[in-house]
Design a protein around this ligand. Structure first.
Ligand SMILES: O=P(O)(O)OC[C@@H](O)[C@H]1O[C@@H](OP(=O)(O)O)[C@@H](O)[C@@H](O)[C@@H]1O
Ligand SMILES: [Mg+2]
Ligand SMILES: [Zn+2]
Length: 186
């Protein structure tokens, strides 16, 4: 099924799909999804939106966990969304640290360009970027996404700081954003 940019949703992971921690999410046991987020992902998927994930995972570069552990988290995420009736088209992650000079660590848009290539899209303009940190929104803005901030994870702090939040839709959580988007689609 081909995707239009407007039908593409790019989700940040930690703090949007699952609980975040200042100590990083270092194991499968520490990866605790928000039940409402899983349900929201299934609803959006069933409504025809293409779901993708773009996540910074500097914990790999820092040696806190490895890519096998990360993949186990993502397998569980894919399975939970599938069991709820939805699917995830692609999960893009940056394993690098802040000093590695990569182009995929948000706020750089490299992960979003990876998703664009994977889905064979000519542009990401008009897609939806949902995050809890300013760097998520900055990555999306760099490629023309609509910016959505959720108050879960670091989102409340991001909102309070207020910097760089022009033209940003703000919702309590992914489920509330899904309600709004699906209502808008009617
Ligand atoms: O929110 P996404 O992008 O899915 O993932 C964020 C995580 O990779 C971690 O990113 C770290 O930032 P630094 O990478 O240390 O700047 C910290 O914010 C951690 O609390 C957080 O768990
Ligand atoms: Mg996050
Ligand atoms: Zn990177």
């Amino acid at each position: 099924m081909s995707t239009s940019p407007e039908g593409l949703i790019i989700l940040d992971r930690d703090g949007v799909i699952n609980e975040d921690s200042d100590a990083y999410i270092k194991s499968l046991a520490e990866w605790i999804p928000y039940p409402s987020a899983i349900r929201a992902m299934a609803r959006l998927s069933q409504a025809g939106y293409t779901l993708t994930v773009a996540t910074n995972q500097s914990g790999i570069a820092r040696g806190y966990y490895d890519e096998t552990t990360l993949e186990a988290m993502h397998e569980r995420l894919r399975r939970m969304v599938k069991e709820a009736g939805g699917e995830i088209a692609h999960i893009a992650y940056c394993p690098h640290g802040p000093d590695d000079g990569c182009d995929c660590r948000k706020p750089y848009p490299g992960l979003l360009r990876q998703i664009q290539r994977k889905l064979n899209l000519a542009t990401l303009t008009g897609s939806w970027l949902v995050g809890d940190s300013l760097r998520d929104l900055q990555a999306g803005e760099a490629v023309g996404c609509h910016s959505v901030l959720v108050r879960t994870g670091k989102g409340k702090n991001t909102e309070t700081r207020g910097e760089g939040l022009k033209n940003v839709h703000i919702f309590d959580d992914l489920g509330t954003f899904a309600d709004w988007l699906l209502d808008k689609k009617k």
